[in-house]
Design a protein around this ligand. Structure first.
Ligand SMILES: Cc1ncc(COP(=O)(O)O)c(C=O)c1O
Length: 442
């Protein structure tokens, strides 16, 4: 079965519901393929993070929704209403936040290679914090801040030497990563001194992000301890005491059988463990409690979203597998093609029926690897059935493409049982909008 998280249920008609809306009715209204998000779910997780910082840390922190997980104007509007911040990683995400009138001071900008125009746009909008991830970036920021006669608050992304995976973590001396500066090889100390030497940059502290889809609480605890030890070292060596610490994102969600089904309040437990470690560590090391940032993405929108598809061609390869093809695929969800990610599918219009067969769900792209997965337990699926793929709220729409000139599906937001567009359907005209035929080819 699936993890309902209070958002999904099977109603009296035997149909799948999300946020109180019958998915069969949603499909009648909006068609497929379609991303569907439950607003109540998104708000609940945002509040859990926000309120835990309030109750456990006197509000001395800010939850930043990592908008790379799902970026569109409506999600920034919701984050703003919930009085949390957002993290953006590109000029495009910043522009979208800006279009939604998201307050600049609650925006943190990331990226391992921020482009000159992205930095200029961030400074012009007044982005609260920029996370430095290269010397050249510190130089560029310094120049652009000086040009504008301003001092920009920045953090440095460090690699504390903890790499976390779903159920395990490893401690690495010098991580092989394009992100951050290693503590172990002295790079983090060197860039600290470098940034401190820049008169138009104000170094607020450090950022780290140890991985994604993590369930192992101890990996976060260890990363905090390593960060604090580094902060104490910088205080002793350079006389610089960080005022802020950003612990990144990474909390895991339920995708399929085998994944832990943690209660939503489990996210509060993770955060509580982090905050307790920070307080204990600071007391031991003689540091002031830093302002804390956290950047959850997947855990806020991942399980809040599903994708609805209509089943088309069905192909049985005797002795091998039955493939059920849907009207979507890697152009709306490339995660199986990229990482063999696991998902759960539900037959929306006959959701109460027992599974009778194991099928692969194929997309419609001209690519053998275009699959949603290969082992879904479902009742006998027929052409015309509606399938829901669960936990697609994060890193699906944001990773979608127009591959094969397929249209990226629209997205709807469900509130109190009613759905409305937050991303409208693309048209063929959108596909050719920027195409040009040079005169000589006509
Ligand atoms: C710097 C940073 N912060 C936050 C996140 C969000 O992580 P998650 O969606 O796993 O919470 C990511 C994801 O890659 C990241 O790179």
């Amino acid at each position: 079965m699936f993890h309902t998280r209070d958002t999904l249920k099977i109603n009296k008609k035997g149909h799948l519901e999300i946020g109180g809306a019958d998915c069969v009715d949603i499909v009648k209204q909006f068609g497929t393929p379609l991303y569907v998000f439950d607003e109540a779910y998104i708000r609940r997780v945002m509040r859990i993070y926000r309120d835990t910082i309030q109750s456990e840390y006197d509000g001395r922190g800010l939850v930043l929704y990592a908008s790379k997980a799902f970026s569109c104007e409506a999600i920034y509007a919701i984050a703003n209403q919930e009085k949390i911040g957002v993290d953006v990683v590109s000029g495009g995400e910043l522009y979208t936040a800006q279009k939604a009138a998201f307050p600049a001071q609650r925006i943190v900008m990331h990226g391992n290679n921020k482009l000159p125009y992205e930095i200029a746009e961030a400074l012009d909008y007044g982005v609260g914090l920029i996370v430095v991830d290269a010397h050249s970036e510190a130089d560029l920021l310094e120049r652009e801040a000086e040009k504008r006669g301003m001092i920009q608050d920045v953090m440095i992304r460090i690699n504390p030497g903890v790499e976390a995976h779903t159920h395990a973590y490893v401690q690495t001396a010098t991580p092989d990563s394009k992100f951050g500066f290693s503590v172990a090889n002295g790079a983090a100390e060197e860039i600290t001194a470098y940034v401190l030497s820049k008169p138009h940059l104000r170094l607020k502290g450090y950022h780290c992000h140890i991985g994604s889809q993590i369930f192992e609480k101890q990996s976060f605890v260890l990363a905090v301890q390593k960060n604090l030890a580094f902060m104490a070292e910088m205080k002793a060596k350079l006389g610089f005491e960080a005022e802020a610490l950003n612990m990144g994102g990474g909390f895991g969600i339920w995708y399929a059988e085998g994944d832990p089904m943690i209660d939503m309040n489990g996210y509060a437990d993770y955060l509580r463990a982090l905050l307790t470690t920070i307080k204990d560590g600071c007391r031991t090391l003689g540091l002031n409690f830093p302002f804390v940032y956290l950047e959850p993405g997947r855990s806020i929108v991942g399980e809040a979203g599903i994708t609805l598809y209509t089943v088309g061609a069905i192909k049985e390869i005797p002795g091998i597998r039955k493939y059920v093809a849907v009207d979507g695929g890697m152009f709306d969800n490339p995660r199986y093609a990229l990482y063999q990610s696991k998902y759960t599918a539900v037959l929306v219009n006959r959701a109460a029926e027992q599974p009778t067969e194991l099928v692969g769900i194929a997309g419609k792209c001209c690519e053998s690897g275009d699959l949603i997965g290969i082992d879904f337990n479902l009742p006998a699926v027929k052409t015309g059935d509606i399938l829901a793929v669960l936990s697609t709220g994060a890193y699906n729409y944001s990773m979608a493409s127009n591959y094969n000139r397929n249209l990226i599906p629209p997205a709807v937001l469900v509130k109190d049982g009613a759905a409305e567009y937050i991303v409208k359907p693309q048209s063929y005209e959108d596909l050719v909008r920027n195409d040009v035929i040079p005169e000589r080819l006509k």
